[in-house]
Design a protein around this ligand. Structure first.
Ligand SMILES: NC(=O)c1ccc[n+]([C@@H]2O[C@H](COP(=O)([O-])OP(=O)(O)OC[C@H]3O[C@@H](n4cnc5c(N)ncnc54)[C@H](OP(=O)(O)O)[C@@H]3O)[C@@H](O)[C@H]2O)c1
Length: 323
């Protein structure tokens, strides 16, 4: 296993790889097809060989398919991997119905996840959103009880407000905040990120490419069957405007001899020692490029160009967090 920069999740939390492997797109989401399972498992193995030990899943990704896949992949390598699982989102026929974070439901979910993953303890267990019908005390308190039972090691949260984060952390130390963050989604810089830093909580930042917008490979309009057509930043004039911004990113990347995706990941990494880019990869060919992004250094001028071109609000249409 190679050495890779580490990040500590929470003040007394575990050290994990500074780049996380998002496994969501290894299962069918938004009604799409399931990617090649052999390649997905090979990607997990190669990521582990490269020192990427943080694997991210949710019990609702592919209705359990994702956990079964990860369980299969790490069967012989449990201790090479740090497994982060989200729970609580309820889906029917691939459509989200809401959240169920009643203590009785959480105690049920965990056992199914452990069985699918084939393990005794989940490293990081996190409600995927909050459930307004259940007090934060009860949600976090129930996961804290699972720690006492030995079924969970650390608590994380996801897509939460700054106030909820403070509240959650006052009930039990929160190790990680999983949140959408990229050049195209910077709204959390004004409240959530400073609170996470103040409380010593690690930030697991996903959607670094803003679902492909920042890869430089997107063209307008998207194919009619593309799920992103549902979101206003990928529609009509908004998309044309947003892709003009991406041209600046493409030019900057080209001058630096790297790819737009690498710049997008490197910019997230640069935002703080406590921030980890969590990137979806379902094929091995992505790994060298995305790992190399950890070594990219920006000049002050380059950072200024990125920060002004992608100032909060520069990308038109709804943000990731507004969904
Ligand atoms: N907490 C939450 O609410 C939440 C929500 C969404 C996602 N997540 C987690 O965060 C992870 C990342 O989120 P995401 O998938 O939305 O965003 P992302 O990491 O930006 O990935 C989006 C797409 O970028 C592609 N990609 C990766 N590397 C690339 C490269 N070098 N060049 C071009 N394209 C590249 C991936 O394609 P391939 O698959 O083809 O490699 C993927 O389809 C997920 O896997 C999941 O674990 C959490």
């Amino acid at each position: 296993m190679k050495n890779i920069t580490k990040i500590q999740l929470g003040e007394n939390g575990p050290f994990v790889s500074k780049l996380g492997l998002g496994c969501m797109r290894m299962s069918s989401i938004w009604g799409g097809s399931t990617p090649d399972q052999t390649e997905s498992i090979a990607t997990i193995h190669e990521a582990l060989d490269c020192g990427i030990n943080f694997l991210n899943t949710g019990d609702f990704y592919g209705a359990g398919h994702n956990e079964l896949l990860i369980g299969k992949a790490i069967k012989e390598r449990r201790y090479d991997a740090f497994i982060s699982v989200k729970f609580g989102a309820i889906f029917h026929n691939g459509q989200p119905l809401g959240m169920d974070l009643r203590p009785i439901a959480i105690k049920n979910f965990i056992n199914y996840s452990l069985t699918r993953l084939g393990m005794d303890t989940i490293d990081l267990y996190q409600p995927s959103r909050m459930d307004n019908s259940v007090p934060v005390e009860d949600i976090i308190g129930t996961v804290a009880d699972l720690i006492k039972e030995g079924k969970v090691r650390y608590i994380g949260v996801s897509e939460i407000t700054a106030d909820q984060l403070r509240k959650a952390n006052s009930i039990h130390p929160i190790s990680a905040l999983e949140i959408g963050y990229s050049l195209a989604d910077r709204q959390i810089e004004s409240d959530l990120l400073p609170v996470a830093k103040e409380l010593g909580i690690g930030v697991v930042a996903f959607a670094n490419t803003a679902e492909g917008l920042l890869t430089g490979e997107m063209t307008a309009p998207l194919p009619a069957n593309d799920y992103r057509n549902n979101f206003s930043r990928f529609q009509g004039k908004n998309l044309v405007h947003n892709l003009r911004k991406v041209e600046v990113l493409k030019q900057l990347a080209s001058k630096k001899g790297c790819t737009p995706t690498q710049v997008a990941i490197a910019w997230v990494r640069k935002q703080g020692d406590h921030i980890m880019p969590l990137v979806s990869m379902s094929r091995r060919s992505r790994l060298p490029e995305n790992l190399a992004a950890l070594d990219i250094i920006f000049t002050p001028e380059e950072l200024n160009t990125l920060n002004t071109t992608f100032a909060p609000g520069a990308i038109l249409g709804g943000t990731y967090l507004q969904r």
